[in-house]
Design a protein around this ligand. Structure first.
Ligand code: HCA
Ligand code: CU
Length: 492
């Protein structure tokens, strides 16, 4: 196990203690147009009495607020994933997948529910070919298997013999790639594309034609070749931002234009060089694209492509019921850990959904609101992904509401006034160094005992200091600022 991969049950690898906020519902965000308004974001209340809460406010839906005439094109509730960890991901600098690892990844992606996985071309190497054949023999339950080839008959002949359900063909169409990579002109490209497509189709499997570097290609070249391949019955055309140069508006424009030109499906592929890969995938779906390429953790050439988890996060906000109906979301973390371990990286701290602080709330104002209703500061519900919400309390920004939750969890009998007083001490101490969870618990227990024995009264800061010194002599140790051991788990 990669030492950097966060532990499954505890994202910090440190002790976590649950605070019971089970009476707090996750009030959903705006109701998407066209739904009946029940839990539209998929956030589930936990069935505990929530009567003391007012009903979710009637808020304008995302679509009501930002609706445009062109939204009729949108496929944000009707799209498929082409998971390319085993192709694009294999192009990641650190990637070297054994067959065993590839099989594990393929099986997990199948269980997760991706519609397709894409494998490295069998023409790449003898092992790649053997791996492709072996994965085709696995008998995956719902995921179709594609392999990704150059626009070349030799590659196509090899591909159709591996047992794949379909072939993704690509060729560079920008002048950069035409002049400096393969050296072919558009006439050659078109002629060869037709030959390859007709050959693959004749084998009764799916075929996609994609132009590498689409956003630096001539629009007229692109539209002309896409129209041609659409006419001869390609299943999908693909748009690829190979260098990660496109912004979401360019993506929207190109895909919308293409939507008007071809009748087949539209696949999209976005590199993340400038941080737009998820937004661009979303813009593509809004403009009528039907398929998005992803890889686990976004691994791929350079800094990779649209990450699977990031796309899921984005799409959960657009249509949670749809996403939840298609994918086994709690598996996401497991798949990411598997891939992270295989390519010897850690899951980034700020990773979508599974990053160790993705559902951690710190500032007192946030903690208070989260404890009242998690929707105040969360657009995604961690429970949908088998994740846990945390409130961090041993720091100088803490607030008495978060401390109160901990007091209740520890079953201590303290009034609000006493909790506020104890909180003041925690903040005072945390101004010197962040307090660990154990420190906070000790302070609260000592405070509690002091109050109930009569040794301490509210406001007696100096008396409390003495009690703390007596019972926590080692408290003056080295600073633990940024220690992760200071968070409280909040049950959903
Ligand atoms: C690459 C090829 C590709 C292909 C994308 C596609 C790209 O450069 O390695 O088949 O649509 O980014 O253009 O990954
Ligand atoms: Cu790519």
């Amino acid at each position: 196990m990669c030492p950097h991969v966060p532990d499954q049950s505890n994202p910090n690898g440190e002790e976590m203690v649950p605070i019971n906020t089970s009476s707090q519902p996750h009030i959903p965000p705006p109701v998407p147009a066209g739904t009946n308004g029940t839990q539209p974001n998929g956030h589930q209340s936990n069935g505990v009495d929530t009567n003391h809460h007012s009903a979710p406010p009637k808020v304008k839906s995302h679509k009501d607020m930002y609706g445009r005439a062109s939204d009729f094109l949108s496929n944000t509730s009707n799209w498929k994933i082409i998971e390319s960890t085993l192709r694009e991901g294999e192009q990641f600098a650190n990637a070297f997948f054994t067959l065993e690892t590839k099989i594990k990844i393929a099986q997990m992606l199948d269980e997760f529910g991706v519609e397709y996985i894409e494998l490295t071309s069998p023409a790449a190497s003898p092992e790649s070919r053997a791996h492709c054949e072996a994965i085709c023999k696995l008998g995956l339950k719902r995921t179709k298997i594609l392999t990704h080839i150059r626009c070349h008959m030799d590659d196509a002949r090899l591909a159709v013999e591996t047992g794949v359900d379909g072939v993704d063909v690509v060729i560079g169409t920008s002048s950069f790639l035409r002049d400096h990579s393969h050296g072919k002109d558009m006439t050659w490209i078109t002629k060869t594309a037709i030959e390859v497509i007709e050959f693959v189709k004749s084998k009764g499997i799916e075929i996609r034609f994609s132009s590498e570097d689409s956003f630096r290609s001539e629009l007229v070249d692109l539209l002309s070749i896409y129209r041609t391949v659409d006419k001869i019955g390609v299943n999908r055309v693909g748009v690829a931002d190979t260098v990660g140069c496109a912004d979401s508006r360019q993506v929207y424009d190109l895909v919308r234009t293409l939507r008007g030109v071809v009748s087949c499906d539209i696949e999209t592929h976005f590199h993340n060089d400038t941080g737009c890969a998820i937004a661009n995938a979303y813009a593509a779906l809004e403009a009528g694209a039907t398929h998005v390429d992803t890889s686990v953790l976004g691994i791929g050439e350079r800094n990779g492509i649209t990450p699977l988890g990031g796309l899921i996060a984005r799409m959960m906000v657009a249509d949670p019921e749809y996403v939840k109906s298609k994918y086994n979301l709690p598996m996401l973390r497991e798949i990411e850990n598997l891939v992270a371990e295989a390519v010897e990286i850690s899951v980034p701290f700020n990773n979508y959904i599974t990053g160790f602080c993705a559902f951690t709330h710190k500032a007192g104002i946030h903690a208070k609101a989260i404890l009242a209703n998690p929707s105040t500061y969360e657009i995604l519900n961690p429970a949908d992904f088998g994740m846990t919400r945390y409130v961090s309390i041993g720091h100088r920004l803490t607030g008495w509401n978060a401390v109160k939750s901990r007091v209740e969890q520890l079953n201590l009998n303290m009034t609000d006034e006493q909790i506020k007083d104890a909180t003041a001490k925690i903040k005072e101490l945390a101004d010197v160094r962040t307090q660990s969870m154990e420190d906070v618990d000790m302070i609260l227990r000592i405070y509690h005992t002091g109050i109930h024995s009569g040794d301490l009264k509210v406001g007696q800061s100096a008396v409390l200091d003495k009690l703390l010194q007596k019972h926590m002599p080692s408290r003056e140790g080295s600073p633990t600022r940024d220690s992760p051991n200071k968070k409280v788990k909040v049950d959903v």
